[in-house]
Design a protein around this ligand. Structure first.
Ligand code: ZN
Length: 294
């Protein structure tokens, strides 16, 4: 059984999810944990479900972006949880200085309020896991699906017993059954790799796709096609505009128009902006095109 925990990031509901599976007796597995600022609310949610947070033995991270993994070190310290992630992401948890520096460039003085403290995780509790690896955790077996495109070190986790895949950010952001949109932060955005990753997920033909923002992706495989369409559309829109001085505002107008056309009101659009800040997508796509076309 899969439990979906709302981490209540910034006290908002339905923005950032943590998935939990009871993989054995006194053995829980989380997929992504959110930033340090939600550690206490996730612990409380686990207790409210009738479980004990000290039984969280395993934490599978899709990638190290702070909204997914910022609090991982705290699980390691407080409960001895083992943290599984792609080898390319592992050094950033062992020594988070690069992660902190690059996030500070983006978020500046809002770092603390958004993400809290980002500590180091002891190396001995970090487990590198790459494409195709089978993780036998208690009675469950997860398969690692390397899925770059959003981040170079992004893994998804396939759980055949539930016909479910935990897709982090590679299957997009879709809040409250709204449209699915791609989160495109710098520095790793790569369209071709992203599409190849979506193909990998399609081949598994999962019945359920879980995304961090937020929860179960409705119409799962159709939603992947919609995501891919938006990915292409936004990228092609930005390509001839890289030099525009007001690109952030222009892009915001484009995306908000897109979301309005999909029937969203102002509050729902604000929630999408919290889950997926639009200025970051401008930076991510601009970087992608500059690398590609110079
Ligand atoms: Zn991310």
């Amino acid at each position: 059984m899969i439990y979906l925990i709302d981490s209540l990031h910034l006290k908002k509901t339905h923005i950032t999810a943590v998935a939990m599976i009871e993989t054995g007796v006194d053995e829980l597995t989380l997929i992504d944990c959110g930033p340090e600022t939600v550690f206490d609310s996730v612990v409380t949610a686990i207790r409210n479900l009738g479980f004990r947070p000290e039984h969280v033995r395993h934490l599978l991270l899709t990638h190290v972006h702070l909204d997914h993994a910022g609090g991982a070190w705290k699980w390691a310290h407080q409960f001895g949880t083992r943290i599984y992630l792609h080898p390319k992401g592992l050094p950033h948890l062992a020594d988070p200085s690069v992660l902190i520096a690059s996030a500070t460039r983006i978020y500046g003085t809002r770092m603390d309020a958004l993400w809290g403290k980002v500590g180091a995780t002891p190396r001995g509790q970090l487990v590198p896991v790459d494409d195709g690896a089978e993780l036998h955790l208690g009675k469950e077996t997860f398969q690692v699906v390397y899925t770059p495109g959003h981040a170079e070190h992004h893994n998804a986790y396939w759980l055949p017993s539930e016909n479910a895949i935990f897709a982090g950010d590679i299957a997009g952001v879709a809040l409250d059954e709204g449209p699915v949109i791609p989160p495109l932060p710098p520095p790793d955005i790569h369209l071709e790799k992203w599409k190849a990753s979506l193909d990998k997920i399609r081949q598994l033909n999962p019945g359920c796709i879980y995304i961090t923002h937020f929860g179960l992706l409705k119409r799962s495989l159709i939603a992947l096609d919609e995501l891919q369409e938006r990915l292409d559309c936004w990228a092609e829109w930005i390509k001839p505009r890289l030099e525009n001085l007001d690109l952030e505002n222009e892009f915001e107008t484009l995306v908000k128009g897109d979301l309005q056309n999909a029937g969203l009101g102002p509050a729902a659009i604000r929630a999408y902006e919290q889950a997926n800040p639009l200025f970051m997508s401008v930076a991510g796509l601009t970087r992608y095109w500059r690398k590609k076309i110079g």
